[in-house]
Design a protein. Structure first.
Length: 43
């Protein structure tokens, strides 16, 4: 599971504030790189 960097910045959160199973915090560019070749659906 990943967290959104923009949301983290907006709410002044740090990785330590998140659930222990959150793997890392991604920027939108990181997200698109990790999801290359996948179908992305925003809800």
């Amino acid at each position: 599971m990943y967290a959104c960097k923009a949301a983290m910045d907006m709410f002044h959160l740090k990785k330590e504030d998140l659930w222990e199973n959150v793997e890392s915090i991604l920027t939108i560019a990181d997200f698109y790189e990790k999801s290359a070749g996948s179908e992305i659906i925003f809800t």
